[in-house]
Design a protein around this ligand. Sequence first.
Ligand code: ADP
Ligand code: MG
Length: 397
Amino acid sequence: MKCIKDVNFKGKRVLVRVDFNVKLDDRKNITDDFRIRETLPTIKKLIGDGARVVIMSHSGRPKKGGFEEEFSLIYVAKHLSNLLGKDVVFTQELLGDNVTNLVNGLKDGDVMLLENIRFYPEETKGDEAFAQRLAKLGDCYVNDAFGAAHRSHVSTAVIAKYFPNDKYFGFLMEHEVINLQRLMQNPQKPFTSVIGGAKISSKISVLQSLLNISDNLLIGGGMVFAFLKAQGKQIGKSLCEDDCLQVATDLMTKAKEKGVKIYLPIDVVVADKFANDANRKVVDIDNMPPDWLGMDIGEKTAAMYNEVILNSKTILWNGPMGVFEMSNFMQGTKSVAEATAEATDKGAFSTIGGGDSVAAINLFNLSKRVSYISTGGGAMLEYLENGTLPGIEAILN
Ligand code: ADP
Ligand code: MG
């Protein structure tokens, strides 16, 4: 792998793509800076070498083209400056004389953050002319944005070709790839995948590829109801994508052929409305009341899932088991998180990915007790599906 570790970047202008796409609260505080902190080893190594570090990132999905206050990286710049204990030059532009002058005025060890790269619509279109202009700001290119590496955008992939001999993976990227390779190549068995979250439609292809590496597939979250409805069960008003019932049936058939065991809930916590203060009760899966909706896996299901997890040597978890943001419906997710931590204590290798899943593991204070937390949701899933990503290929080839 072409990693930064063996290179000295002294005096070089290094363009670093990171994923600083973090959530802010109403007072513009960063609620979870995990993705920022994970890039610090790369940034500090470059500062230590005496490089002139020019960082680029996206934030959210600005649509207008041009500056939009709510997607500005200015608050991230302040936070980064605090984390590094040094000034971070911030510019509200990406291109133009002003930026060029600022970059060329950087001294060895200085750090600069460019404004949200998606303020330029050319970024997501993969525009060549834009790539060429952006590339002029650096002598070297480092990709440390695993969370965005499944995108063939300018700053994540297209730009790399302008640095044929000077493009590298940052430490975060290297770390992610090593861990995910470990998951896919000769993982210790039994291999259990725990998949939840809201929608089955966003995870169909990964479910399909997980059938190739998993021994057990534990299903939770909103996607459960597509499987249950496909089996002819009454699911009340639960979330369900009706156009995915055939997909669910096909997945179950495929699993049987491959000898993969799919587990579905045997009981479920139902509510009379989608709110934390709803009336709730636990019912067996065959007794879902018609006007209620499924919000979490029930206790019996959690116990069954925990036993499978505790007997596994490799665990991959993506997607909460229920609406964990509401305290009355977080128990299933918490219980699975605890079982994963316990299995890890006993020697299993566990990986967790996905924005909400990572938020959940942090909420339960269990992040130190799992083997690996990926900074990628979509990127992790796509890596598991294809064994590589556009952002990785752009550095390697
Ligand atoms: P991740 O970000 O970890 O990949 P997803 O984005 O796929 O996870 O899914 C997370 C969302 O799924 C959460 O907001 C959670 O509230 C929701 N969810 C989980 N279970 C249910 C359910 N039974 N009904 C509706 N939404 C659910
Ligand atoms: Mg999510």
